[in-house]
Design a protein around this ligand. Sequence first.
Ligand SMILES: Cc1ncc(COP(=O)(O)O)c(C=O)c1O
Length: 359
Amino acid sequence: MAEALEGPILTTGDLVDDFERQFAAYLDREYAVGLTSCTAALQLALLAYGIGPGDEVITTPLTFVATANAILQVGASPVFVDVEPETGNIKADLIEHAVSRATKAILPVHLYGQMCDMRAIRGIADRHGLVVIEDAAHALESKRHGVGPGELSDAACFSFYATKSITSGEGGAAVTNTAEISVQLKKLRSHGMDLIAMDRYRDRYQHWDVDRLGWKYNMDNIQAALLLPQLEHIEERWHRREEICKRYEVAFSAVPGLDFPKVLPASKSGRHLFTIWVSPERRDEVLLRLQERGVGVVVNYRPIHLLSYYRRTFEYGEGMFPAAEEIGASTISLPLYPKLTDEEVEYVIEAVSEAVAKA
Ligand SMILES: Cc1ncc(COP(=O)(O)O)c(C=O)c1O
């Protein structure tokens, strides 16, 4: 951080380059591009693949609104497909039915950290000539049958928002194995300019040009300085979250009226969120009781198609994606972070068991 603050370049510079190299190496991908958010990464990845007005992008309604907003922000339309009841992830079997002449991309989200079936999704994309862009905001550490984010897709997008595995408060990155896409992403993050500030002034001033419209989404050296040392702690932090999740799973298996999403065989979940499912009629009562006991809770997620803007704009309504709606009405996310002590974990388990029994 001192190096970042004392150096001549506070904005995108050598520390961002270092972070991009090390982040790509952690994921075993060719290129990473540092951005201001995962939303920016999704938007720019879609643009880099030429997706825009008139195009459709198939995705899940059970995700943070950023996923679908990014599709709208490039002028394309999200086409929702329902989810698997046991994981909350997009149901690969249903994707093919949603493919139309306008479909250009599939945008899977690895919900809570469980990877989608990327082999199946890649197969569908190849049969129909589609691009695959992963929303891997929950899946930095994830694997399924040995496949990690960015391995079978055309680009994978990550978030360094305050609650993520590594964080710079706000921040994000896109990774890809395609050199030309990484060049486009770097251009698109700086207004479409062909030289960034550091290169414009490196020796003597150079003129720059813009040959396509871009945005202002470049990661700066200060964000990179915050992120770089955290790369070394990704796995150790993941191990502690895994330990906490395992403890929750053992305890909650014995509580009647409570279920939770499954980590599928041959998968390593990123363990980004631990959510429980209670019956929709009791969910808000349980939420209330947990807050009364000082347990922090969140709802991830009320499905996007039921949010007012989406209902109004696309005439979505209840009953269109029943599995996503059922999970959205049942879910409660519990505290999950490495500094949670064993005593605190036990307290949460006791509070949840009591709240569910009384509701
Ligand atoms: C699944 C998912 N996608 C996208 C985002 C957006 O990330 P950001 O806040 O970095 O834009 C989030 C953020 O929480 C997320 O959970």
